[in-house]
Design a binder for this molecule. Structure first.
Ligand code: 5GP
Ligand code: MN
Length: 326
């Protein structure tokens, strides 16, 4: 039975562990990558042996983060046998991926730290704050609860974690605590202009080309409330892009005047992965992602269907149209 605890209690638990495996979710984003790395720096500062595992390894976009080169992508890469595991920014065990889940379950002691409202709670204990804009916000609190001061390394990872998940402090999940956590990162002396230029104001050629191709295929519903676009694998090849280059594209669909629900459908072999975004008027996690077996947040959710692109898209659009008109 998973026991919900405070961040202070999670810090007490962590202090008692050694040989810790820190895990993020599949298709790691800035929050998963930055938060997991920051916890790794914190545990190392406490003199503990630890490793950070991200399914598929460190995304290229975040490869410059301090500690990124030590991230592992398989159990074989471990140079110790972990006794304890901490999942960070993982909304449910399935989001660890098959391999990550096996690594998590193989540890005697298991815990989670997360900010997804839909998280049912897993591990022997978990700390959850569904109002936090990012898991990174909670990691700032965890580091304080561990009695550590925020180093520049930790702060860099956490600023990336926080600023990506709240859309650079633009999304409705941004709260006073989000700014306070970011301010603590700034106090640690990070190069905000440099970090944000690399992340938000630089695009590879492939990414730029992909953006153009996806937007060229834009479609909208008759009432203009739903916008969608498809991203078949051939499009990635044509653009010279990789899957992670699609990050952020769905927001362009949501930014169209009058659009309440934005849907980006990405072909992944025989399956289709959906990125769903909405204005405050619609809850895409509850009304679209969860009924189809996915999850996420009210305004940013996702689901993967084991169906070809067109068939999967028509299922999602049916729910999207309904959600946008009610
Ligand atoms: P994105 O569109 O950026 O991939 O995902 C947005 C959010 O939706 C993520 O933070 C995650 O919480 C959720 N999400 C995305 N894809 C999936 C999925 O396949 N399954 C579940 N359960 N949640 C997902
Ligand atoms: Mn997150």
């Amino acid at each position: 039975m998973a026991n919900r605890v405070t961040i202070d209690a999670l810090a007490d638990w962590l202090r008692a562990q050694d040989d810790v495996l820190i895990l993020g979710h599949v298709f790691p984003d800035g929050d998963a990558a930055g938060s997991a790395l920051a916890v790794g720096h914190a545990l190392a500062a406490l003199g503990k042996r630890c490793a950070v595992y991200l399914p598929g390894g460190m995304p290229r976009l975040y490869a410059a983060l301090p500690g990124a080169d030590g991230v592992i992508d398989s159990p074989e890469a471990l140079d110790f046998v972990p006794k304890a595991a901490l999942a960070v920014d993982v909304s449910e065990p399935e989001r660890l991926g098959e391999q990550g889940r096996a690594m998590f379950e193989a540890c005697d002691r298991r815990a989670a730290l997360d900010h997804h409202h839909t998280n049912p709670g897993f591990g022997q204990l978990y700390a959850l704050d569904g109002d936090a804009a990012a898991a990174g916000e909670l990691v700032v609190q965890l580091i304080e609860a561990l009695g550590l001061s925020l180093t520049k390394e930790m702060a860099e990872c956490l600023f990336v974690a926080i600023s990506t998940d709240c859309g650079q402090f633009n999304f409705s999940n941004t709260r006073p605590e989000t700014f306070r956590a970011a301010a603590k990162c700034a106090e640690a002396g990070i190069d905000i202009a440099g970090i944000t230029q690399a992340l938000y104001r630089t695009r590879t050629r492939g990414r730029t080309k992909l953006l153009g191709l996806v937007l060229a295929g834009l479609e909208t519903s008759g009432d203009g409330r739903v916008a969608w676009a498809q991203m078949p694998e051939a499009m990635l090849r044509e653009a010279g892009a990789i899957s992670e280059d699609k990050e952020g594209i769905v927001n362009y669909l949501l930014e169209i005047e009058g659009v309440e629900v934005a849907v980006l459908a990405e072909q992944r072999g025989d399956a289709t992965k959906f990125s769903l975004r909405s204005s405050d008027a619609v809850n895409v996690a509850r009304d679209i992602a969860v009924p189809l077996g996915g999850g996420g947040h009210n305004c940013a959710a996702g689901v993967t269907l084991q169906l070809p692109l067109e068939e999967a898209l028509s299922k999602v659009l049916e729910l999207a149209r309904r959600a946008a008109s009610t």
